[in-house]
Write a protein that binds this ligand. Structure first.
Ligand code: DGJ
Length: 705
């Protein structure tokens, strides 16, 4: 519902109101984003006493006003959402339009329009010749507000944007904290929380992709807000390039939040009449972190992910990477695939090393031609043999890259990104293709498509193993990101029956932009279940389990050397898109039996895990136990996973209260046969009967009677 009443705009989505007003001088001001309030106009806020330090000809001091899309330099001297350089802008309300659906943003991914209603407010600075069209989309059935901004040059000369955030929200207070997800390779999306104080927080990344280091998702919350209550506001740019969420706490104790493209090294020149679209940004509020996460999860599953697999049960896969690395031949792969079928696995994925002369990571990226020495019957022949065993076949690519030692690089050295002043820096001995250029995009599209069309490939893992350095100009990263979206869009859209999984040296590009093309992403190369409890817990703040690839690998784990039982490895991995990544042909019989049981269990509970409501029960960042549960939407089934890190003699009991169940229903735990009432599990809770030892799990598979 969107209504204009007097000088106010009232927008309503599921569970929230968003309110703006046009000030007496014509500025578009932010008024409220939070729990629903009735759409009845109320007067302007008192402006109070202030020592006027800046004042426009209209008498307004923008520094004092909470604006919807602030600009720097006229009478506001805080961090702006939009900037065309010194001199600033004074953007005033010009017109608005309310309509069903939502506008497309040229070249950018964005949420699906089904069930949407949009308000576009046009702001103008007539003196500067700049127009900003602000889009606000709401959905009756979702708690997410989509915002975007399109800036148009209406002047007679060229203007240069050096900031164009997607959204800005100004909270009237700063007794708040912010949470963001940070990390590194093998340690993605850990949780950091900072109490806000006057100053500027720049939660951003400038590594070329959304990055391992800082994820494009930030929560601003009541200091005391926890999983179950308290004001929480989440912002998530639908963007895979350099991003930033900036929070400025100003002299009057207000918190301005700008979110979108990172202004660092960004610039866009607009000729007269030209427009620039900033990516979409998703905003949501929740009473508690749990509610906020579930709002994002539902929206991501239903309006960000699309295509055949968005709501499909995801296949149990086995990937050969940690089993063989690049040292394999057809016989070895088929021996894994043959046994995998017997164990109940559904999809065999051939990872890196199948093309060119790639026996190590120093060559061949860009030469997407099968290595017939390793695979004499080609990809087609291998896919047929895997299919004959009763498994689907999937393949790994790293389409955005080129190795200096490759036929592609020898033919087109200028296709690699370079600043032009020195040899570009290498990452994993590879360079990045310049996807800002149409001919390079076309090459990649054709090269990947021709492999996909040559065989029965039903799954693709799309990797990106290095950051982007040596960018030749400001604004390049955004152009690259648009090129990446075009390439990915063309390939994905022409293969609707292929399930695509994103990857970037593990989970280095885990964002809503990628999820518009690929419904799942490899969460991390670190598959040690103890590490995964942190990684999956942190990731779940923003993204649903259906987006997280989650595999059982060797014990001891190849990276951490930590020995963890097959049971614990399986239990933790079962909380995402389940699979295996180890040489099953070398496992003892008891592990093979365990795998058979795990795949059977996965088939039983994956719909609940992938598409149920997710509740976090115990934070591994605060406790010795990490825990969560998924509850089927109709509350008929629930899967609970609790993982204890270290054993300590006579330590405190672990008391956990479950969430999200039907209080009046009786549930049977299929693992123990014990029955419980829903209200008992949620109010009294359980004392968890962990097995003795380190790194152990306690799981429940609750079925409503
Ligand atoms: C990084 C990925 O995260 C791994 O799973 C694997 O695909 C390698 N790249 C292959 O080079």
């Amino acid at each position: 519902m969107i209504k204009k009443i007097e000088d106010m705009f009232f927008l309503e989505g599921k569970g929230f109101s968003y309110v703006m007003r046009i000030s007496r001088e014509g500025y578009l001001l932010h008024d409220w984003f939070g729990k629903k309030i009735a759409p009845v106009a109320y007067g302007e806020d008192p402006r109070g006493w202030w020592c006027v330090q800046t004042e426009g000809a209209d008498g307004a001091c923008l520094d004092e006003l909470r604006q919807e899309y602030p600009a720097y330099g006229h009478t506001d001297l805080r961090r702006p959402a939009v900037s065309v350089g010194p001199g600033g802008l004074a953007l005033k309300y010009d017109s608005h339009r309310i309509y069903p659906g939502k506008p497309e943003l040229p070249g950018l991914p964005s949420a699906l329009p089904d069930g949407a209603e949009t308000l576009t407010v046009s702001l103008r600075d007539k003196d500067a010749g700049v127009r900003a069209d602000l889009n606000y989309t709401v959905y009756e059935n979702y708690g997410v507000l989509c915002r975007s901004a399109v800036i148009t040059n209406e002047s007679g000369g060229v203007i240069t944007l050096d900031r164009a955030f997607s959204a800005s929200v100004e909270l009237p207070r700063c007794d708040l904290s912010e949470i963001h997800l940070h990390g590194s390779w093998g340690r993605e999306r850990h949780i950091a929380e900072n109490r806000l104080a006057p100053g500027v927080y720049d939660i951003s990344n400038a590594r070329g992709g959304s990055g391992h280091q800082i994820n494009p998702f930030v929560i601003i919350k009541d200091i005391e807000a926890n999983e179950d209550g308290g004001f929480c506001l989440g912002v998530m740019p639908v963007y895979s390039g350099n991003h930033s969420t900036e929070i400025e706490v100003d002299q009057r104790g207000r918190a301005r939040v700008n979110s979108g493209i990172n202004p660092f090294m960004f610039e866009k020149a607009l000729k007269p009449g030209e427009s620039f679209a900033a990516p979409e940004c998703l905003l949501a509020v929740g009473d508690g972190l749990g509610e906020l996460s579930r709002t994002f999860h539902d929206f991501i599953r239903d309006r960000i992910c699309r295509g055949r697999f968005a709501h499909a049960e995801r296949p149990i896969l086995i990937n050969n990477w940690e089993a063989t690395y690049m040292d394999f031949d057809e016989e070895k792969l088929l021996s894994i695939a043959g046994l995998a079928k017997e164990l109940g696995i559904e999809l065999f994925v051939l990872d890196d090393g199948w093309f060119g002369k790639r026996n190590n990571d120093r060559c061949s990226l860009g030469d997407w031609v099968v290595n017939l020495e390793k695979l004499p019957s080609g990809i087609d022949g291998l896919a047929k043999k895997v299919n004959a065993l009763g498994l689907k076949f999937g393949l790994w690519f790293e389409p955005e890259m080129v190795s200096p030692d490759s036929d592609l690089y020898r033919a087109h050295p200028d296709w690699a990104i370079s600043s032009g002043t020195r040899s570009p820096g290498l990452g994993r001995t590879q360079l990045v293709l310049d996807l800002t250029r149409a001919e390079v995009q076309d090459y990649v599209i054709n090269a990947v498509n021709s492999v996909l069309d040559s065989a029965n490939i039903e799954y693709v893992k799309w990797d990106m193993n290095r950051y982007i350095t040596d960018m030749p100009r400001k604004g390049f990263n955004h152009e690259y990101t648009l090129g990446y979206y075009r390439v990915m869009g063309e390939i994905v859209n022409s293969h609707p029956n292929v399930l695509f999984e994103g990857c970037s040296a593990g989970g280095g590009r885990f964002d809503a932009g990628v999820l518009c093309y690929m419904p799942q992403i490899w969460t991390s190369d670190d598959t040690d279940p103890m590490e995964r409890v942190y990684i999956q817990y942190g990731t779940s703040l923003a993204y649903p389990p259906s987006a997280m690839g989650s595999h059982v690998t060797d014990g001891p784990n190849q990276y951490t050397r930590r020995p963890v039982s097959m049971k614990t490895r399986g239990d933790v991995a079962l909380s995402g898109n389940f699979g295996y990544e180890l040489d099953i042909t070398k496992l003892p019989a008891e592990d093979l039996d365990a795998i058979k049981a795990q795949t059977a269990l996965c088939r039983e509970l994956r719909r609940t895990v992938e598409y149920g409501d997710f509740y976090r029960l115990s934070s591994p960042f605060k406790n010795n136990v990490g825990g969560w549960m998924s509850v089927e939407k109709d509350k008929s089934r629930a899967y609970v996973t609790l993982t204890k890190m270290l054993f300590r003699p006579n330590s405190y009991f672990t008391h956990i209260r479950l969430k999200g169940l039907d209080p009046n229903a009786r549930y049977t735990d299929k693992f123990t046969g014990r029955t419980y009432m829903g209200d008992m599990l949620m109010n009294r809770g359980i004392l968890v009967d962990f097995p003795h030892g380190d790194f152990v799990t306690y799981t429940m598979w609750l079925i409503k009677e």
